[in-house]
Structure formats: structure tokens, C-alpha cells
Design a protein around this ligand. Structure first.
Ligand code: F0G
Length: 492
């Protein structure tokens, strides 16, 4: 069982001796026996874990892998014959409307139990996590291996002209800027380490725990590394992060250092660091926790499920998000597809991925009907998405095609202008997140998103991650003598 900090009894940081003796857990392997990894390119199927073999991150053909699992409705609820009919779904099997209603009820019950920490039980902690609440649709792992802060449960702000109350004039300015009547912003910067990455990381580190990994690593533009550092520290694992030297925002770097991860700055960009970390992990037997790792994508699906639940399972018309390495586009698209097939929702939202103009390989490929894909040398002020060769291209392409989605690009100026609107509304976000609002505005202007459609935009990271870019530094330069007269002059 996990305790209130999410670690197993006797498995704290510094418990090096025990950790080094760790082996693949047989209960974990058994629980994952109905879970497989399928190649996105050639459809070859592999077991999720193989005793005695190194973890697999790619197909033999080089393609990335996607988790396939059998969804199992919790056994204790299988009472009536109608329920029994709803017990097993293959991940590719359609659900009946009754089954969809049962899933909704299950998740709503779990969400309605407020955590009372004084009498906390492990189950309460799992239900409270905005990831593990949906555990039956994420990954069938034994609860005692779960490493959770917990995460998720982030705010969904109504900011549209119509759905934002008159008392919140500041927030409504965002809707006016976007040109939308019914617009919501989902603020993933409210996660434990300040970005959406915690959703995938709790599942990735839980898998590392099942595999008995002693060390975990990632390449990162800063947020994945902050998240990895935090969860590795919690689990008592060695965290190693590879960062593009000189191109990571101060708040993110500070997190990795403070959480105690070994921080290696690579003289190169994110794409160089990504290439390197894959080699290093395979070579040195370190568990890789980039979104190349398919289990991270499973955790990130919860962002999609949580948005649907917060909207009382009324799917929005559009979901708009910034796109870099394309893990998040892949994950949210997969969540919506599964929610639709299980009848949790009645239609698939369309997905709009927004890239920075200086880091736009996905956009360029989309504009050619995905006939071609060419990596680019990335240059954008939004350094979280300064990525020229996204690992999850093939997964994300499927999402855009399947959801009748679009890919848009926005300039650095448009990103910074949108950030100023979000910041001065009192919500705030880091630069890459503002690509969402810049993209929404452009798509509304172009008539692709209609003014009266229901739209959810994702803000991926917290304002404090980057306290410099796009923030009016000159405004902090006003220093006055401590007299009423001096202050009066400044405020005049
Ligand atoms: N927004 C923020 C704040 C990010 O940190 C990232 C990715 C994205 C958007 C793009 O998401 O890669 O799933 O398409 N950051 C990664 C990192 C690359 O290392 O933290 P994506």
C-alpha cells in the first residue's frame, strides 16, 4: 500500500541498499499481463514488460509504441446482469451507452470524496489524484506501487464572453481577445511541480518502481525534468536530467537542482539532448522517462478525462493546446478517442495543436496533408516548445487525422501578446502556454473555430516557471523615497 507520501513502507530516499536489490515485481508483471505495446508505424505487438529483458521504448522498426490494454470495470460493481455485461472491454471495443453511464458514475463518485488527510487511507489518495482517479482507463498497476503527489485537479476557468460572469471582467477580457462566447482555460500550471508533465510522470515513475529501476532520466526543455526530479526524489530513485545548455527558464532549472536531480547541460538543443538520452538510457540501463516512454502518454490521458468530467461529460467542440514534442497532443487525442468509444461522451472534440512559427515541423507537415515530414532547427522565445524533431510525430498525426483536427502556427510576437492578456487577467502562464490563446484567436479570425463553439484551451505551465520572458521588467524599476509625497507623485 502507498502511504500518505506515496512511497512504499521502508522505501524512502536514501534507502539505497534496498533499492539496489530491487527486482522486477512479480505482482506488477502479472497485473500488466493483459497490457501490450503496439508499434504506431508497423503494428507489431510486444508485451508491456518482459522478465529478464531491458525495457522497450521503440519497435524493432524504429517506430514509437502505444499502450494497449484491456479495460476492466472494478469487480465489486459487477452486480446486476447489466453491470456484468459491462465488465470487460478490450481497448478497441465500443462501449454501450449503459456502460458509459457506469464509468461516469464511478469517476463522479471517486471525485466527490473529499480527501480527509487526518484519517487518510491509500484508496482516498488514489481517488483524489486527478490521474489515478481514472486508473481503470490508465494502467492496471497494483496500488502499492503507485508514486503520486497527488496530481491533477487543476482549475478550469470560464473566460468566454458569455460563460464568464460580469463580476470577473478581467477573465472575460481573455474571451474578448479570443473572440469566443464559451471558452474555458484549463490551467495545468496548477499541478504539483507547475506543469502538465506531472500527469505522465506519476505513471512513468510508478512503472519504474514496478520494474525496480534505480535510476531514471529524461531530456527536457525544463518542465519534464522538474517533474522527473520531484517524483524520482519521492520514490528514492536517482534522477538524471539532460537540458539544452543556456536555454531553460530559471524556475525550471531551480526545481531540478532543488529536488536533487543530477543536472547535465548539453551543448546543443533539445533535439540533441533527446537523441543522446535515448542512447544513454539503452547503454547504461537507466529507465527513460521522456514521452517516448508510452506509459507517460497513458498518464497524460488523464488531462483529457479530467476536462470531460469538469464539463459534466459534455464534450467541448474544440480542445486547443501548444505542441512541441507532441506527447500531449497524442495523449489527449487518445483519451478523447477512448472516452468516445466507451460512450463516456457522445462526440469527439476536434483538436487544434499550436506550434511556434520558429519550431513548426508538425505544422509544415500538416500543411502538406502529412505527405512529408522534415525536422527543423528550432528557434522560438517559448523555449518549452523549442523543438525541431518531435518524438511523437506519428502518434500526434493520427490524432489530428482522427479528430478532424487542425495544426496552426503563431509567431513569437503573437505568443507574447497572448501571454500579456492571460497574465494581466490575473491567471498567468509561461510563454509556451500562451500559444494556446494566440492560436485560438487566429483560428477564430480565420473562421475555423466558430464564435459560438465551446472551446477548451490548455495552459500547460505556471507563470513562475519563467519570471523573465514577456514580463514587463521595467515596471519593477520604480524605487521611491519612503514619503507620502513621493508615492503620490508616482501614482498620479
Ligand atoms: N507547454 C509546456 C509548458 C511544455 O513544457 C511543453 C513540453 C509543451 C507545452 C509541449 O508539449 O511536448 O507534449 O507537445 N515540454 C517538454 C519538456 C518538451 O521537456 O518539458 P508536448
Amino acid at each position: 500500500m502507498i502511504n500518505s507520501t506515496g512511497t512504499q513502507p521502508g522505501q524512502g530516499a536514501g534507502d539505497e541498499q534496498k533499492r539496489s536489490q530491487a527486482t522486477l515485481s512479480s505482482t506488477g508483471v502479472e497485473a500488466l499481463s493483459s497490457t501490450s505495446l503496439r508499434c504506431v508505424e508497423c503494428s507489431t505487438l510486444y508485451p508491456a514488460v518482459e522478465a529478464g529483458k531491458a525495457p522497450r521504448y521503440r519497435c524493432d522498426c524504429g517506430g514509437v509504441l502505444d499502450v494497449e490494454t484491456v479495460f476492466k470495470f472494478p469487480g465489486q460493481r459487477a452486480q446486476s446482469s447489466q453491470d456484468v455485461d459491462a465488465v470487460f472491454f478490450g481497448s478497441e471495443v465500443d462501449g454501450t451507452p449503459a456502460a458509459g453511464a457506469a464509468w461516469r458514475q464511478l469517476f463522479d463518485e471517486r471525485a466527490s470524496n473529499p480527501p480527509i488527510w487526518a484519517i487518510s487511507t491509500d484508496k482516498l489518495l488514489l481517488d483524489y489524484s486527478g490521474v489515478w482517479r481514472y486508473r481503470d482507463l490508465i494502467l492496471p498497476v497494483p496500488e502499492e506501487y503507485v508514486i503520486s503527489r497527488p496530481e491533477g485537479n487543476t482549475g478550469l476557468y470560464p473566460v468566454g464572453i458569455e460563460n464568464c460572469g460580469a463580476g470577473r471582467a478581467g477573465h472575460r477580457r481573455i474571451g474578448t481577445y479570443a473572440g469566443l462566447e464559451r471558452f474555458f482555460l484549463k490551467h495545468e500550471g496548477e499541478n504539483p511541480t507547475g506543469s502538465f508533465k506531472d500527469r505522465g510522470m506519476t505513471v512513468g515513475v510508478t512503472m519504474a518502481n514496478i520494474l525496480g529501476a534505480k535510476a531514471v532520466a529524461c531530456a527536457s526543455t525544463g518542465n519534464t525534468s522538474a517533474s522527473l526530479a520531484s517524483y524520482a526524489a519521492q520514490a528514492g530513485m536517482r534522477g538524471i536530467v539532460f537540458l539544452p545548455a543556456g536555454n531553460v527558464a530559471g524556475g525550471k532549472l531551480a526545481q531540478s537542482l532543488a529536488y536533487g536531480a543530477q543536472t547535465v547541460q548539453i551543448q546543443g538543443d533539445f533535439d540533441d539532448a533527446m537523441r543522446l538520452v535515448e542512447q544513454v538510457c539503452n547503454e547504461l540501463g537507466i529507465y527513460l522517462l521522456n514521452s517516448l516512454n508510452p506509459f507517460r502518454v497513458e498518464g497524460q490521458k488523464s488531462l483529457g478525462f479530467e476536462i470531460l468530467q469538469q464539463l459534466d461529460w459534455q464534450a467541448p467542440d474544440w480542445l486547443v493546446l501548444p505542441a512541441g514534442n507532441l506527447g500531449n497532443t497524442s495523449a489527449i487525442g487518445k483519451a478523447f478517442r477512448q472516452a468516445y468509444r466507451l460512450s463516456l461522451i457522445s462526440h469527439m472534440p476536434r483538436i487544434a495543436s499550436i506550434q511556434a512559427e520558429g519550431a513548426n515541423p508538425f505544422y509544415s507537415s500538416y500543411m502538406q496533408g502529412f505527405a512529408q515530414y522534415k525536422p527543423v532547427q528550432a528557434h522560438t522565445v517559448a523555449n518549452a516548445i523549442n523543438i525541431g524533431n518531435p518524438v511523437s510525430y506519428a502518434r500526434a498525426r493520427r490524432v489530428i487525422e482522427e479528430s478532424d483536427g487542425v495544426v496552426e502556427q503563431v509567431t513569437d510576437e503573437e505568443i507574447l501578446a497572448a501571454k500579456a492578456v492571460i497574465d494581466t487577467a490575473g491567471i498567468g502562464c509561461e510563454p509556451a502556454s500562451a500559444a494556446t490563446l494566440a492560436g485560438v484567436r487566429k483560428l477564430v479570425e480565420r473562421g475555423i473555430i466558430k464564435r459560438d463553439e465551446r472551446v477548451v484551451g490548455v495552459l500547460t505551465g505556471n507563470l513562475l516557471k519563467d519570471h523573465k520572458t514577456g514580463i514587463p521588467q521595467e515596471a519593477s524599476g520604480v524605487v521611491v523615497e519612503p514619503t507620502l509625497e513621493a508615492v503620490r507623485k508616482v501614482l498620479a
